[in-house]
Ligand binder design. Structure first.
Ligand code: TXA
Ligand code: MG
Length: 346
């Protein structure tokens, strides 16, 4: 068992070597990435991968993302890779992007949740890269219990999963995640990219990056026609797309900035408010998390939801960001938190 005080290993050369050794020995590692912390296991070790499902309480038919050190490794896991997926990989990896591709026959169906597709990502975080380069590919879902808020600090991992980890597992402390919400997931099994889960990389950037260089007229036409299909909100293959995912215990309410002034003093006094700095700070609110821009909102979001649970406030009142850029992903996570915190889909 791990506790927040004894679990985290510093992200220096020794810590990275220990994490890689733990993975090679079949143990689990709380791994920092630029998006959120992952719970990593050697992707080639079925017993270790099985423990991920047990520790998270995750159903076996929910696929895991395989994290690679280098884009060149995709061919070890996937086949029939379309040109546009290679473009995405070349332009946006390493980074907060997961490509869903046709799986090779040899790719374990334990990783894919029994499907014939595999999710692949090359993370940009230097420690994640160093660990994977040393230990080999890792399967790593977000390091939270199923359906709950993803961890963005090492201490969050221990708080979420500490009781379920065993001696030999460890958490690598890479500090606060610089993006704070999970990767953009793009389905690359059809004739055009389809965003299954919004993230730091916007639909527009995915469309532009998937286009061949120099951009062909056909690609321009496709883009004009809206080449990236949006996520179906109930897309069953992505657990992160379940309506009640990413939920804290505290109820979440999303409001427009203009409506902040209409919230009663009594409600504000019992709430944690997340708001852009330019929105007039609601002075009677007991707890205010001010964010300076949309990226800051993404970085602070999960920490604020955790803080609300720790404080035991009556509700989280979140001022909606604009639905553009990473704001789309923030709204996606907020609305799932709003839905899930009503007790739905647990
Ligand atoms: O940023 C991230 O993606 C983080 C960090 C740790 O890399 N990982 C992450 O993993 O968010 P997880 O397991 O919490 O969410 C991955 C999502 C799940 O909803 C899963 O269903 C989906 O990716 N996924 C993985 N493989 C897939 C596949 N073959 N087809 C469809 N969806 C897939
Ligand atoms: Mg997750």
């Amino acid at each position: 068992m791990l506790t927040p005080t004894n679990a985290a290993v510093a992200c220096d050369a020794d810590g990275i070597a220990r994490a890689a050794a733990a993975l090679r020995a079949g143990q689990l590692v709380g791994l920092p990435t630029e998006t959120v912390y992952g719970l990593a296991a050697d992707a080639g070790n079925p017993a270790a991968v099985s423990r991920i499902f047990a520790v998270k309480g995750r159903p076996a038919d929910h696929p895991l993302i395989v994290h690679l050190a280098d884009a060149a490794d995709v061919d070890d896991w996937a086949q029939d890779i379309p040109d546009y997926a290679r473009q995405l990989a070349a332009r946006l990896w390493p980074g907060p992007l997961t490509l869903v591709l046709p799986a090779r026959d040899e790719t374990s169906r334990l990783l894919t949740g029994g499907q014939d597709t595999v999710g692949l990502r090359v993370p940009a975080h230097p420690a994640a890269h160093a660990v994977i380069a040393s230990a080999g590919a890792v399967a790593a879902p977000s390091a939270n219990r199923f359906g709950r808020v993803s961890p963005t600090r090492a201490a969050d991992v221990a708080a979420e999963l500490g009781g379920a980890l065993e001696p030999g597992d460890l958490v690598l402390d890479g500090g606060d995640c610089s993006i704070g919400i999970e990767s953009t997931i793009v389905d690359c099994t059809g004739d055009r990219p389809r965003v299954l889960r919004p993230g730091f990389y916007s639909d527009e950037l995915i469309t532009q990056s998937a286009a061949a260089a120099p951009e062909s007229a056909a690609a321009e036409d496709r883009r004009a026609a809206g080449a990236v299909a949006s996520t179906a909100s109930t897309q069953p293959r992505v657990s992160g797309s379940l309506p009640g995912h990413y939920a804290p215990a505290t109820p979440v309410r999303i409001i427009d900035a203009a409506d902040l002034a209409t919230i009663t003093r009594e409600r504000l006094q019992e709430a944690l408010v997340i708001t852009p700095r330019e929105t007039a700070p609601p002075s009677p609110a007991a707890h205010v998390v001010e964010v300076s821009d949309d990226l800051d909102y993404a970085r602070m979001l999960y920490g604020a939801l955790r803080q609300a649970d720790e404080l035991g406030v009556a509700e989280v009142i979140a001022v909606a960001p604009r639905a553009e850029g990473i704001g789309v992903a923030i709204l996606d996570r907020l609305s799932r938190a709003e839905h899930g915190s009503n007790g739905a889909d647990r």
